[in-house]
Design a protein around this ligand. Structure first.
Ligand code: 13P
Ligand code: SF4
Length: 303
């Protein structure tokens, strides 16, 4: 931390000078999450809170689709993503042309897109969802069958929670797909009284082996409310680091899978982006108008 202090100080000074806010995802490293972020949360909270800020500049400490969502909801503001290479294997698994083909194949079936998609894809679908509201969004459509893309495992998990028939795409999160049910059982064998909480992007055998399944924000709430003596968060590495600071009585068992995209954001490039007001997120207006509708419909169902 002393090593980070000059950067933290300068970022916080520039934020005031630029009338900027920093929105940080739960997977950001502690020096960003605790040191410079104004708003932290899961992708649903970041989208919802992006609509409430009166800042002129939003710095999105997270991945590109999150910055695009913030820009969709704030077309007049400057939205910065400190590294444009901060992508997402789910967002890269599907294109707008793929969605058009799915619509031809399943005429009349509504399409739900996880927010982990590009603005181009959001523009082609009926509504967005996140892992924090996917079941409510699917059920809000009142349809017997729904296409859910691009995360196969999230779609399969939602199918276990609703009577709506779910047609899934085969995208995967490169971080969560690496966990296995055997790994979870091995941790249970090594640690007594272990509570396992998993993100729904994990494969089905991992979710079956878990005690609780939820978005990153629901995982944070689970630990805050239940205060388990020992917990294993089956998700990206930084989650446990960030939550541990607020939960000294809980021991965190840490299987570590890093998201290389989230880790592209650093204090140094946040500072650069505030100094230069670059790189800015831009979305073509004809795409943005349609993509914004999909995000706004989601927020109307469950913000
Ligand atoms: P949350 O919406 O749960 O924060 O998840 C976002 C994400 O990218 C998980 O890998
Ligand atoms: Fe995408 Fe997975 Fe990284 Fe989340 S953890 S940003 S879903 S690659």
């Amino acid at each position: 931390w002393p090593f980070h202090a000059p950067l933290v100080h300068e970022i916080n000074r520039l934020k005031r000078e630029r009338n900027a806010v920093i929105l940080a995802h739960n997977y950001q490293t502690p020096e960003i999450f605790h040191g410079v972020a104004d708003i932290v949360g899961d992708s649903l909270a970041l989208a919802a809170r992006a609509t409430e800020t009166d800042a002129d500049v939003i710095v999105l400490a997270g991945v590109h689709f999150m910055a695009e969502t913030a820009k969709l909801l704030n077309p007049a503001k400057t939205v910065l993503i400190p590294d444009t290479g901060a992508g997402c294997s789910l967002a890269e698994s599907i294109t707008a042309a793929d969605v058009r083909l799915l619509r031809e194949r399943y005429p009349g079936v509504p399409v739900v897109a996880y927010v982990n998609t590009s603005a181009d894809v959001k523009a082609e679908v009926d509504i967005c969802c996140t892992s924090g509201n996917a079941v409510e969004v699917v059920e809000s459509l009142g349809a017997p069958r729904v296409i859910m893309l691009p995360d196969e495992y999230l779609a399969k998990y939602v199918a276990t929670q609703t009577s709506v028939e779910i047609i899934a795409w085969k995208g995967h999160c490169e971080v969560h797909e690496r966990f296995t049910g055997d790994e979870i059982r091995e941790f249970r064998g090594r640690f007594d009284e272990l509570i396992v909480i998993a993100h729904p992007e994990c494969p089905p055998d991992v979710l079956e082996a878990a005690d609780f399944v939820g978005s990153t924000a629901r995982m944070v709430d689970f630990v805050a409310d239940r205060r388990p003596p020992r917990v294993l968060m089956v998700t990206e590495c930084s989650m446990s680091d960030n939550v541990a600071a607020a939960s000294p009585e809980t021991e965190f068992v840490r299987p570590c899978n890093l998201c290389p995209h989230m880790k592209k954001i650093t204090l140094a490039n946040i500072l650069d982006s505030l100094r230069t007001l670059e790189p800015q997120v831009t979305i073509a207006p004809e795409v943005a108008d349609r993509a914004r509708r999909s995000v706004e419909r989601m927020l109307a169902v469950k913000p």
